[in-house]
Design a binder for this molecule. Sequence first.
Ligand SMILES: [Zn+2]
Length: 316
Amino acid sequence: MSASQESQLRPRVPIVSTLAACLLAASALSCAHSAAPTAADSPFDADRAWHHLETVVGFGVRSCESEGLAKTREYLVNELTSYGLTPIVESFREETPIGEKEFANVYVDIGSPDAPLVILCTHIDTKIFDWEFVGANDSGSGTATLLELARCLAERPSTSSVTYRVLFLDGEESIREQWIDPDNRYGSRYHARMLKESGEVSRTKACILLDLVGDKDLKLTTEAYSDSRLQKIFFDAAKEIGLGEYVDGPTREILDDHLSFMAVNIPSLDLIDYEYGPDNAYWHDPRDTIENVSKESLDVIGRIVLAALPTLEKSL
Ligand SMILES: [Zn+2]
């Protein structure tokens, strides 16, 4: 992703909703008291997420057509399959500034084929540099968190009125150093186009993107292109479960995969912390390593997303 100019601060009006907190627990059944749920109440397993992150970062560079990226896809497919899911590898070729390249997204639908669709996505590729960039945060963190979220969604009682599409995107990073359209967002642009061509776009009600969510010093940016209604649902859910300190970060406009879905009129939200290290110094930098991300941050993001989904579902 890339940042465009600072935008004006928008006022935020917190609302109180107990629904998200009530439905956070794996059983989603009992809500007899109003105490904020703890990590132990959430089905999100931070140890599993951290293991995914270590594994993916261990594959090394995961740039376009790299061996590390192929291994990442294989790992995702194997893990998703082990959760009882049937992942799809969506391969395509596209022209880039250095010639035609092979890309492949991985996705899986959890729910009924007729239900309204909500996309949960992240990118899995790392940016090309002439040094070894392992991208622990960008986007090992999103990959690891989304994979553990897929397990949580696969294992929860099937009472949801929504189908979740868990989507791992290739080709978010630009091939050239500078982020200049259309040299970026290859995977999300392709997937959005396929949604449109297949007619599925009309049943797709929202897209939630995770990117740069592993910073040790986590504070989610108030991303200004994002759908403000979705942003409020997720930030309010965070406050509801006692994680309000991690949201309401500085307002910024971020160019990221959510723009591809917004382009086909799907309301979208970018959950991102675009302040990685002092003055964002660790972003696209050799310091984007496992030492600068934390299991606790993956836990925070996982719990916020799971807490927000019941409210999101009710709002559709
Ligand atoms: Zn990046």
